[in-house]
Write a protein that binds this ligand. Structure first.
Ligand code: 3HC
Length: 502
């Protein structure tokens, strides 16, 4: 018989649990929110009041609706109050011992028909299910932070989940206004598997000195159109949670890129966990007080040399001309025309030091890579002078783009982060994690990405990504950067889209 879900318990009212309780209450279900003690309970109530208050302030909810939503939620410190719940969603800390105790309790307290769900980001749902006498009725219901906003719910079925239950939970997710994606119980499920690999890789690149925190964030936010840069997002998710997810991913994949970056361990050990503790990669104490932008000065340059082929170089030179700079063009095969320029700009998405060493004054050479509509990667080689970099950053700003400073390494910032992420998605497809359409939808709705990885692959071009991965592999010799066999084969076969390849 088909289940009905009208009364729901939420155990743990931290950021995620409170958000999940809000989602259920907003959809008209009765919610019992459980916390360990009175202090935690009043913090949880506070989360709910401020989140719904924010919706009222933005005109998304009336005060009357806010009152109704809050009235639908009962707050308690007693798990025994969950006896009548049709469904209980657990959102307590990611410690298996705690979960085991909780699920044993829920198994004893809840009525036999009740479904027990976990919002775990990193633990095995199967292992949690095995602690109960009803493993067939235990399922993963994975929400995304902030739960009231992000539209995805991953529904995680295990090998023992009752047939039909994933579809019923998926239907419930739709009733909550969310889009479900059903996936198997594998490390990271769909989204965290892709997302945390990318976020951890950003930490590794930061540590390696490729670029600074703000430059990497800007590159990914403005250059790729992601809603947040990787370090802002890590602070939102929580560095402790991120660390744990990486550990679990590494245990399954043995991929070095999943091994938590040392900087994550340092921050977590120091108790700097991100927004929830007021400091992580950023300080969140004075949010909203951004420093005033510095006044823009037009760099004093008489002649700019531009090295690059084809229309991109010509159009860049035209842009400089319009901004009042004299430019001279050259091709990489003959740098003669730019030998006397004050600055030499090489338009390239690859390292440029080989060109610098061919100039009489290599300290004047800077690489430039235009990313999207508004970002420009400004590449300094080990020979580039600080003055040249500053002048090019000013020039880029005068041209209306945001400069992102980085070192002269394969993939620069954006492609070094984006291409391995796309490669990971292809590998996940290869080993049957989910369909391309589900992976795309999960990343769009779970993380607010403008497009899913397979949509991005099609847009950039499979061959370009494959070649970019080869360059990354040649530079870093990391097996994870070797193009996925499926990607390589499709390029060789001339198939333009993985999505159309099925
Ligand atoms: N609670 C409730 N609502 C919130 C909120 C919160 N914490 N934060 C933002 N909102 C709402 C706002 O009220 C606003 O709603 P409105 O449009 O109806 O007025 C809307 O979200 C947009 O908020 P803002 O204008 O303040 O801010 P932004 O436009 O910068 O958006 C964001 C904020 C929605 C968080 C956006 O930056 C985003 O999508 N970021 C990516 C978040 C992400 O990737 N989440 C997934 C993390 S992975 C995860 O959670 C899994 C776990 O297992 C690790």
């Amino acid at each position: 018989m088909k289940r009905t879900f009208e009364t729901v318990g939420v155990v743990g009212l931290g950021t995620m649990g409170a958000g999940i309780a809000e989602v259920f209450a907003r959809a008209g279900l009765r919610v019992t929110g459980v916390e360990a003690d009175e202090n935690a309970l009043s913090r949880g109530r506070g989360h709910l009041e401020s989140s719904t208050g924010r919706a009222v302030a933005r005109g998304r909810m009336t005060s009357e609706q806010q009152r109704e939503v809050l009235e639908r939620i009962a707050f308690t410190t007693s798990r025994e109050d969950l006896a009548d719940a049709d469904l209980v969603v657990e959102a307590i800390p990611e410690i298996m011992e705690f979960k085991r105790d909780l699920f044993a309790d829920l198994d004893r307290i809840c009525k036999p028909s009740a479904v027990l769900a976990t919002n775990t980001s990193s633990l095995s749902v199967t292992a949690i299910a095995a602690t109960t006498s009803r493993p067939g009725q235990v399922i993963g219901m994975h929400f995304f932070n902030p739960a009231p906003v992000m539209r995805l719910v991953e529904v995680i079925r295990t090998v023992v989940t009752e047939e039909g239950l994933p579809a019923e939970i998926a239907e419930l997710a739709r009733r909550l206004g969310k889009t479900p994606v059903v996936a198997g119980d594998r490390a990271g499920f769909v989204v965290n598997r892709l997302l945390l690999g990318y976020l951890n890789h950003a930490c590794h690149l930061l540590q390696s000195g490729l670029a600074g925190r703000d430059d990497i964030d800007t590159a990914m936010k403005l250059g790729v159109g992601l809603p947040m840069g990787p370090f802002t997002l890590l602070d939102l998710i929580g560095l402790d949670t991120s660390y744990e997810v990486c550990e679990v991913l590494f245990r399954e994949s043995r991929d070095r890129r999943h091994a938590p970056a040392p900087i994550l361990r340092e921050l977590v050990t120091a108790g700097l966990l991100g927004r929830k503790t007021g400091r992580g990669f950023f300080s969140h104490a004075g949010e909203g007080t951004a420093p005033a932008p510095e006044a823009l000065s037009k760099p004093a340059i008489s002649l700019v040399g531009i090295v690059g082929d084809g229309p991109a170089a010509a159009s860049f030179a035209a842009g400089l001309d319009t901004a009042g700079f004299k430019a001279v063009l050259a091709e990489a095969s003959d740098l003669g025309p730019v030998a006397d320029a004050d600055l030499v700009i090489v338009l390239s998405d690859a390292p440029v030091v080989e060109l610098a060493v061919r100039l009489p004054r290599p300290e004047r050479l800077v690489g430039l890579h235009l990313v999207g509509e508004s970002v420009t990667e400004v590449v300094s080689t080990v020979l580039t002078s600080a003055e040249a970099v500053t002048a090019v950053c000013d020039l880029v700003t005068v041209l209306g783009r945001t400069p992102v400073r980085c070192a002269d390494r394969a993939g620069l910032v954006v492609n070094a982060l984006l291409y391995p992420y796309l490669n990971d998605a292809v590998r996940m497809l290869e080993c049957g994690y989910a369909t391309a359409a589900d992976i795309d939808e999960a990343m769009r709705l779970g993380c607010g990405y403008p497009a899913g990885p397979f949509e991005m692959l099609d847009e950039i071009g499979l061959a370009k990504v494959r070649d970019g991965l080869r360059a990354l592999y040649a530079e870093y010799r990391d097996p994870a950067f070797a193009p996925a066999p499926l990607l390589d084969q499709l390029v060789t076969a001339g198939v333009p889209s993985i999505r159309s390849a099925g």
